[in-house]
Design a protein around this ligand. Structure first.
Ligand SMILES: *Cc1c(COP(=O)(O)O)cnc(C)c1O
Length: 429
């Protein structure tokens, strides 16, 4: 069975036609929960996980979900129940993962800005390995491990200098990006670290970017990593893990985006790493959750300005930042039966011109109060949300076979301003 088929019916056209998502009636849901809110299909996520696990079946591998894609604890618990680990980039993500039941030994810690405090905490709980991105960080990791009387397991993040052919803001594997180190630098690290009592540098890591829609960038980057691994082994270094990162793209434009087939991706990985007998680590984020989520919103009003018509909805850039930040496309579908065509600039209420979900978008004519869904909102949606314009964080709902559970209440005003206070005592430093 293809991973996009099955009862969850995540294809946006199916959801639009049936007005149901994972068996839940969307109009009834929106009557019970104030819009805007996110809804995620548990079955769609499970299907993605199963598809990936099947594709890599028989290969020594671990899937560590990139928590930043959607870090709701209920989503992380769903991952934990499927045996998935976590790829974290902060202590906050570490705490969420542990709270959700993902064991420390399934957690990898990535990121260019790990602080001494963060390294200390992650080491103390026993995370599986650190993906190290600079010489300074490597030295700090060794020092903190020594102080704790521990031995840190580490992989070096290689910057393979490959163009991921994706949006510049989500491209991470070019030499000019801040991520990883060159192969020349990594080579020196292996020489310097061999024999360290507190640092076991025995892994390689590469993550070249996100929303990648072709196998070619993966092929080029992974070949470089594998060539380097062989060179290291010939030089007498032991490499126990190769982390091939995340980056698998999803479909944001129904019928137009053509995501990589995971079976072809897995075949490529099998071919390139045929002579490697350690553990392969995968860090998918968007691929597991992106198409499993929608953002439900209602039209506030239609505003005409000369030729243009603005459809003002109650969701905004603070809820879903991707269109403003990356000029990302999201399919937007009104959930009504009227047929009259219209073209809208779909905008939110925030006081920014950038608060635009779509420009001159063809859809059916809408009225105030109409329910619409914004597709492909499961990844980098709620996890990037803010309270800009003093708009509370939206609710999130998990759907599972006709049932739903609120997995984040809509933030109250008191919660939004918690921590703010008037100056009570003025301190001098
Ligand atoms: C963001 C990130 C990922 C996940 O990327 P996706 O494109 O969502 O799969 C994986 N690894 C690292 C190091 C990341 O920073």
């Amino acid at each position: 069975m293809s991973v996009v088929e099955g009862k969850a019916m995540t294809a946006i056209a199916d959801v639009a036609a049936s007005r149901t998502f994972d068996g839940v009636d969307l109009h009834a849901l929106a009557a019970a929960i104030q819009t805007p809110f996110y809804a995620y299909s548990a079955n769609a996520i499970r299907q993605r996980i199963a598809g990936l696990q099947t594709a890599f079946d028989g290969l020594d591998h671990r899937i560590c979900y990139a928590v930043k894609a959607n870090s709701n604890i209920a989503i992380l618990q769903l991952m934990a129940h499927q045996g998935i680990g976590a790829d974290i980039v902060s202590v906050g993500e570490l705490q969420r993962s542990l709270a959700a039941g993902i064991p420390a030994e399934r957690i990898v810690f990535s990121g260019v800005g790990k602080t001494r405090e963060e390294i200390g905490k992650a080491l103390a709980v026993g995370v599986w390995r650190f993906n190290v991105e600079s010489a300074d960080e490597l030295a700090l990791l060794e020092q903190v491990a020594k102080e704790q009387g521990a031995c840190a397991r580490a992989a070096v993040r290689i910057n393979p200098d490959v163009d991921a052919q994706t949006h510049a803001k989500i491209s991470t594997g070019k030499a000019e990006n801040k991520f990883g180190v060159s192969i020349d630098e990594a080579r020196r690290w292996f020489v310097q670290s061999s024999g360290s009592a507190h640092l076991r540098l025995d892994g390689l890591h590469a993550h070249i970017g996100s929303q990648i829609l072709s196998l070619e960038p993966f092929r080029r980057a992974l070949r470089r990593v594998e060539d380097f691994r062989r060179e290291l082994v010939e030089a007498g270094h032991e490499i126990r893990s190769v982390d091939i990162g995340g980056g698998l793209g999803v479909s944001y434009r129904a019928g137009l985006d053509r995501p990589v087939d995971v079976n072809e991706y897995a075949a490529l990985v099998r071919e390139i790493f045929a002579s490697f007998n350690g553990t392969l680590v995968l860090e998918p984020g968007r691929y597991l959750v992106g198409e499993a989520g929608i953002l439900l919103t209602r039209a506030i009003r239609v505003k005409s300005a000369g030729e243009r018509e603005f459809l003002v909805v109650d969701a905004a850039m603070n809820d879903l930042l991707r269109p403003s930040l990356y000029e990302a496309w999201h399919d937007i579908v009104p959930l009504h039966d009227r047929r009259e065509p219209a073209r809208y600039d779909v905008v939110g209420p925030v006081c920014e011109t950038g608060d635009t979900f779509a420009r001159d978008r063809a859809m059916t004519r809408c009225r105030a109060g109409d329910l619409l869904m914004i597709g492909g909102a499961g990844a980098y949606g709620s996890s990037m949300a803010s309270t800009y314009n003093s708009r509370p964080l939206t609710a999130e709902v998990l759907l599972d076979d006709g049932r739903y559970a609120v997995i984040r209440r809509r933030q109250s005003f008191a919660e939004m301003v918690a921590g703010e206070q008037l100056p009570q005592a003025w301190n001098e430093t």
